[in-house]
Write a protein of this length. Structure first.
Lengths: 302, 302
């Protein structure tokens, strides 16, 4: 076994590569760029190169930078990709693995190309994920017979249900995208201010309204907040954030341990929301670390 | 009393003026243009003219066209405006009349300027309307002691509750705008096709999903419908339409007579939706005729 592996987190509009020490999973060095999957796919379409070769060349260029920076030779080190890399605009389009899958990661669908290891997404009868399945594997959940509920915030949050060591079902929500749509393209845009600090009162008020009400109506309150209550656009931003998270969390059943798998942006919002809505949080798990642990678990089983 | 009045329906992006015979409320002639309130307001800002004068001149130009067309002198005929005309970008910004208001229209807030009669909007503690209050007056609802529920579809549908001859509360929904946002600006756009005929199966499936589920999740099914079920974008359009109307109609309580106040676009969708969801429709009222009857009722009381 190699002493290192390279963890690639390639999103639609961003690229991130980390050199990780095997076993300890310590991150040795990192490169980021704005070379997202979507742009890379567009550039590849203008070439006559094989798709995998083209994508591999883009990654190899970044690996060379990491190698020079660290003085570590990385030509033989395996590279693990999950998420958009296996999508229709990725390095290679792979079919979704159907539910259920084991928390060990051993039965996820994996495609190998030279030193590249690409983990495919997962589907149920009516939903899909690419990337979250690898993070779930890295969550290190306790092996119990009780159902566990993973909250994975983001542009398209996933709620993932684990039972007896298997992921048995999940649902996608459009919370983050609704926030972007409503705050930039809708009639509410003029009532929502720029990136201000969280206004706790506004967030809490929005949260309870979102939890209790009909989103198609409560969303309009962002406008009447400003028209009638003279709430400032900056505070209204927190109200809308709370509103959407409250509407999302209506889907969480009572009396089930919830794990929040998130980064620094979403962790405070979702843990506060759970606390206020009496949703018991069993643990908070760093989504970024979960990805590396999950990728390692999958390749360690190969 | 004059033998005619002019009914002006001035929206954000459209203008419509109708010459109406008093009493019979027969429409004698009509002029339409794309001179919306928003564009007119922007043009006025570049002038040094008094706001009401500028807006009046725009209307008078259209009245002259109607006068020439019909051969009827219209210089003295009253002009009634409701809706956006009293908004912050309208002919004159009028404060909202606070709930409740009488179905006769007698206690709505009215502003007069020469021959122009501008009906203001209505507010509750946390919601607003401009224009629908006039249509409600024109609905000709029976005077009963039972609550009545008016469904008024549109970009921002209103649900208006009438009790003992008064409008006692209402709620705005963002159904139509959500449809536009999701079908043009969201990740779902690629899964939603152009203006096709209604696909009944898709609409009904969406309606039940929207009624039963969490909108932040069910909206994503528009994408997985295409990815997993190979539903065509044209059919998916009807699914999304049903989904949003189903989510909106969750707000309608059981066992209350519902009046659908709509035009030819929304009437079939909302009446079908009510039928499928076991919401009893007491009557369908033409929104356009209700506007003229409402405007007439208000000025008849002056």
């Amino acid at each position: 076994m190699n002493s290192y592996f390279l963890s690639c987190d390639w999103g639609t509009t961003s690229f991130r590569l980390r050199l990780v020490e095997a076993g300890s999973l310590k991150v040795i060095a990192e490169e980021r760029s704005g070379t997202g999957i979507a742009g890379t796919y567009q550039l590849w379409q203008k070439t006559s190169l094989p798709r995998e070769d083209y994508f591999a060349a883009i990654i190899n260029a970044q690996i060379n930078v990491l190698s020079e920076k660290t003085g570590i030779p990385l030509q033989e080190v395996p590279v693990v990709l999950s998420g958009m890399a296996s999508s229709s605009i990725g390095m290679v389009e792979l079919p979704y693995k159907e539910l259920p899958f084991n928390l060990s990661g051993a039965d996820l669908a994996v495609h190998r190309y030279n030193r590249f290891i690409i983990i495919s997404g997962v589907c149920s009868k009516d939903d899909v994920m690419r990337g979250e399945e690898t993070k779930v594997v890295g969550c290190g959940l306790p092996d119990t017979t009780q159902e566990q509920w993973l909250l994975m915030p983001g542009t398209h949050p996933k709620h993932v249900v684990v039972n007896r060591g298997q992921v048995v079902r999940f649902q996608t929500f459009m919370t983050g995208e609704f926030f972007d749509l409503l705050s930039t393209h809708s009639i509410l845009a003029a009532s929502i201010g720029g990136d201000s600090a969280l206004d706790c009162d506004g967030f809490i008020e929005g949260l309870h309204a979102g939890w209790a009400g009909n989103l198609l109506h409560t969303a309009f309150m962002v406008r009447t907040n400003q028209l009638l209550k003279k709430i400032s656009p900056a505070h209204n931003r927190s109200y809308l954030s709370g509103l959407l998270i409250g509407a999302e969390l209506k889907a969480v059943p009572l009396n089930i341990p919830v794990y929040v798998v998130a980064g620094p942006l979403h962790t405070p919002l979702y843990t506060l929301a759970c606390q206020l809505l009496n949703i018991p949080v069993a643990a908070v798990i760093d989504a970024d670390e979960a990805l590396i642990r999950g990728q390692w678990a999958v390749i360690a089983d190969l």
